[in-house]
Design a protein around this ligand. Structure first.
Ligand code: SF4
Length: 329
């Protein structure tokens, strides 16, 4: 059974021409996305800036109210829950934010930051248990128990992200939504944080929804990948299949931009023309057609449905043939 099940989720933001005027247009930030995350699984969500992946991640754990669609966590539909009913559920899904500098209150010690989450959910019956829990959390993320008395500004960027992860773990969640958790860090520190997340997953059986624009990082950590473009999933499947044999022209362009270590590699970089179109007024037909190097006449008219083209592999493109269920990649 899935831990997280998202069905036809839409998040549209009204665009108001003035303070007292009615909205006639909407930003379709997320436009009918469906996916599942199994317990202990990592699903990567990748796409350029502005493709809707952060909005999707936030709506998935009700930091944003979706316009329509359904989000089930452990079989419970959380899209319609009120704040009071949602509060105990929040313990089971937590978020790790992109900015380790801005996401921690500079006036609070690490002990207060971690203790706040423990207190809200009443997870420590007394001060001694609370202290031990905070020390264990810091050790778990590779920090020293003595760091509890320090303030965020006394740590490096990587250490601050470790504190952010410890804060998320403080309430013993089952799912972490990681929103670009390493993109603000140096490359050497990025690897340490990704390794830490994998280690924590092995030890605690956590599931991750890992959001990033860097396909190399997403490929490294994810079992399955969803590729987003203009608020929709255009390709999904096993990470090895999507990265080893990308089907959608947009995924092919993303893969071609990942640096290759082997100097003998003959991979050709696909450079996409133009910018990502406005989600207020997306192009007709396939939203990718103005930038697609293989667009045909029908691409300007018909929206391609996300179809299963092989076992566990779905692509939204008229040009991709269906190989049939049961056939790998
Ligand atoms: Fe390109 Fe057409 Fe496929 Fe869209 S549907 S990705 S425009 S070939």
């Amino acid at each position: 059974m899935s831990l997280l099940k998202v069905g036809d989720l839409k998040v549209h933001f009204p665009v108001k021409p003035g303070m007292f005027r009615r909205a006639h247009q909407h930003v379709r930030a997320v436009d009918g996305v469906s996916f599942e995350v199994a317990p202990g699984e990592t699903v990567g969500l990748v796409g350029e800036s502005g493709c809707g992946k952060t909005t999707l991640a936030r709506a998935t754990i009700r930091l944003l109210k979706p316009t329509s669609g359904r989000v089930e966590f452990d079989g419970v539909d959380i899209t319609t829950l009120g704040d009071r009913a949602l509060r105990p559920m929040r313990r089971r899904f937590q978020m790790v934010f992109q900015d380790p500098y801005g996401s921690l209150n500079p006036r609070m010690t690490v002990e207060s930051i971690l203790g706040e989450a423990i207190d809200i959910h009443r997870l420590a019956p007394n001060a001694a248990v609370r202290r031990d829990r905070i020390a264990a959390l810091l050790t778990d993320v590779g920090l020293d128990a003595d760091h509890a008395r320090r303030y965020p500004h006394e740590f490096s960027g990587g250490q601050r992200q470790r504190i952010g992860i410890a804060r998320a773990l403080a309430v013993e969640p089952r799912l972490l939504v990681c929103d670009e958790p390493v993109s603000a860090l140096d490359v050497s520190v990025q690897a340490q944080i990704v390794n830490l997340l994998q280690d924590l997953q092995d030890r605690h059986g956590l599931a991750y929804l890992f959001v990033a624009h860097d396909l190399a990082v997403v490929r490294h950590i994810s079992r399955r990948i969803l590729v987003m473009y203009l608020g929709r999933v255009v390709e999904s499947g096993e990470a090895a299949c999507v990265c080893g044999d990308p089907k959608h022209p947009y995924t092919q362009a993303l893969i071609s931009a990942v640096p290759v270590v082997d100097p003998a590699s003959k991979r050709v970089r696909i450079v996409l023309g133009g910018d990502v179109p406005s989600p207020i007024n997306p192009p007709s037909g396939c939203p990718f057609h103005p930038r697609c190097p293989v667009a045909e006449a029908r691409c300007r008219q018909e929206v391609p449905a996300l179809r299963e083209v092989a076992s566990g592999r779905s692509v939204a493109c008229h040009a991709v043939e269906v190989r049939g269920p049961g056939l790998g990649c």
